[in-house]
Design a protein around this ligand. Structure first.
Ligand SMILES: NC(=O)C1=CN([C@@H]2O[C@H](COP(=O)(O)OP(=O)(O)OC[C@H]3O[C@@H](n4cnc5c(N)ncnc54)[C@H](O)[C@@H]3O)[C@@H](O)[C@H]2O)[C@@H](O)CC1
Ligand SMILES: [K+]
Length: 516
């Protein structure tokens, strides 16, 4: 499992190791700088000159180490430094003193004069950024965006909040880097909001602190596997066992029920149902209003159909305890009938609520949350909103998120607490949080970027993948995380031109390639 941490958690890891006498800050800084140099040499083996921009703290200290190590390799190195050397923290001050070359002031004019450099290294701010950059340094950060040379960020693109993934100053104030080299463990801001676009490729340098990382406690966030690392993560993802079906009877792999909308509104349910069957639910049934039964039956073969007259009909179907997961919401219609069906659906099984099943509670979201609480069994329900639906159900959390007061991760965590459900907020950065405190992030960026996944019906497929995995699982959060990964993987396997129907059909290939 890859963890992602906040800036404060990272400082806690470092200081625990230093206080225990296991390592010195100077040794960590040397390892950090050497790791960045190794990454630069791997990525740009022909490069021979660099301009290093050093800030006033330990991030700047890393920059002075990088300058020294590159100069030792006969690179032509120019350093632009910020602030008074005497005011720097001790390890950074020592490394600035050890740098034998000139340190020109970090100004926009000096940066713009450095046009003939092969690489620019941004070592201005890292985890210690506490306020919005302003004045000359803000001007430098903006000018960095126009740099012709490849830009390498040390720990973070400067100006990026590593907890929220947003610029601390206004938009356009964080340079878009080609490579970000971070230390020991990636930070949340590398993966959410603007973080991935600003970071470029991400590499993690091992500082040898795993012992202290292990003492972080439960409050960490899991990175859903196969994130864009350089070099790319190889081998079998850790999520593999969950994709493997149980041997034995089809009922051993669960029975998923997907509720269909009325006539001419049935496609979304069939997409979800097909995804649920492809990912391995033993059986899948579409519950269809009588008026749409023929429409559904004509287009389904392996998937069964059941006549379902509204909430009462759904309750009747669910008397059969063999239904282990239920998906409802896609194209179901917004209103009291859908609210009644949601109330009927909640019970001793996993329930995926998507689309209209969420919007139907816009006027009074607490009605939904009370119904979820009344089930009495935790982690039985997952809400899978996109941004708009999230705002309808969680206006307070959404307003704080929009204002930049909290991160997407914290907004979803609060939503999980408020609703009593697992909450999955969709996007290129997908965040999942559970009422039990677990959280996961998936970033579809760099090598995993799939802009063609933004296509009609893709969300219905995701809901179906979650329902299909949940149907034969005992862990809804895990099912959602695995489904999120698989959804992107299927889109990657197909490539541009993808439509939602293609996604379930790519699942077998993805599973085969994983060795399932
Ligand atoms: N703590 C450690 O032992 C290690 C830290 N490392 C590096 O140290 C970094 C963290 O160092 P620091 O905690 O010193 O923090 P930073 O170097 O990120 O920044 C802190 C400095 O910037 C100033 N500052 C913050 N926001 C500013 C703003 N908007 N405008 C102007 N000045 C501003 C602060 O007053 C302080 O002087 C990490 O990102 C990493 O690069 C690595 O060397 C590995 C070891
Ligand atoms: K930086």
């Amino acid at each position: 499992m890859t963890e992602v941490v906040t800036a404060a958690q990272m400082r806690g890891i470092e200081s625990a190791a230093i206080e225990a006498g296991a390592v010195t800050g100077a040794a960590l800084m040397e390892r950090a700088g050497a790791g960045v140099v190794a990454a630069i040499l791997r990525q740009w083996p022909e490069a021979q000159s660099a301009t290093i921009l050093c800030g006033p703290g330990n991030n700047g200290g890393d920059g002075y180490v990088i300058a020294r190590l590159l100069a030792e390799r006969w690179w032509d190195v120019r350093v632009l430094g910020m602030g008074d050397a005497e005011a720097m923290p001790p390890d950074a001050r020592a490394n600035r003193a050890a740098w034998q070359g000139e340190v020109a002031p970090l100004t926009r004019a000096n940066l713009e004069a450095a046009t003939d450099t092969d690489i620019v290294v941004d070592a201005i701010f890292g985890t210690g950024l506490t306020r919005a950059p302003a004045g000359e340094v803000l001007s430098v950060l903006k000018a960095l965006g126009d740099c012709a040379a490849p830009l390498v960020a040390v720990d973070a693109p400067s100006g990026l909040c590593l907890d929220r993934g947003i610029p601390l100053a206004r938009e356009g104030s964080v340079p878009k880097c080609d490579l970000t080299v971070t230390f020991e463990v990636p930070k949340i801001g590398h993966f959410i909001a603007d973080g991935p676009a600003c970071c470029g490729a991400l590499e993690v340098v091992d500082l040898g602190l795993s012992h202290w990382r292990g003492k972080l406690g439960a409050d960490t966030t899991r990175l859903i596997d196969a994130v864009p690392m350089v070099p790319p993560t190889e081998g079998t993802p850790h999520i593999l066992p969950n994709f493997r079906k149980k041997t034995g009877h089809k009922y051993d792999n669960g029975h998923a029920l997907v509720v269909s909308g009325g006539p001419s509104k049935t496609g979304a349910a069939r997409l979800a149902a097909r995804a649920a069957l492809r990912i391995g639910a033993g059986l899948v049934t579409v519950a269809s209003p009588p008026t749409a039964l023929a429409e559904n039956a004509m287009q389904l073969t392996a998937i069964m159909t059941r006549r379902c007259g509204g909430a009462a009909g759904l309750s009747e179907i669910l008397e059969d305890a063999r239904f282990t997961a239920l998906c409802l919401g896609p194209s179901l219609g917004v209103g009291e009938q859908t609210r009644a069906m949601v109330r009927a659906a909640l019970g001793p099984r996993f329930v995926v609520l998507d689309a209209d099943a969420l919007t139907s509670f816009e006027e009074d979201p607490s009605e939904l949350f009370e119904a979820i609480a009344a089930v009495g069994e935790p982690e039985r329900v997952i809400l899978t909103p996109h941004g708009g639906e999230f705002g309808r159900l969680f206006p307070d959390e959404n307003a704080a998120l929009d204002a930049g007061d909290i991160s997407k991760l914290d907004a979803v965590r609060e939503a999980a607490q408020r609703s009593g459900a697992v909450v999955l907020l969709k996007g290129a950065d997908t965040v999942i949080a559970s009422p039990d405190g677990r959280s996961s992030i998936h970033a579809a960026h760099c090598a995993r970027s799939v802009p063609w996944l933004a296509t009609a019906g893709a969300g219905d497929v995701l809901a179906g993948l979650i329902a299909g995995l949940a149907a034969r699982s005992d862990d809804l959060h895990r099912a959602a995380a695995d489904a999120t990964w698989l959804h992107v993987e299927a889109a990657r396997a197909f490539g541009p031109g993808l439509i939602a129907e293609d996604l379930p059909e790519m699942v077998p290939r993805v599973l085969r390639d994983m060795g399932v």
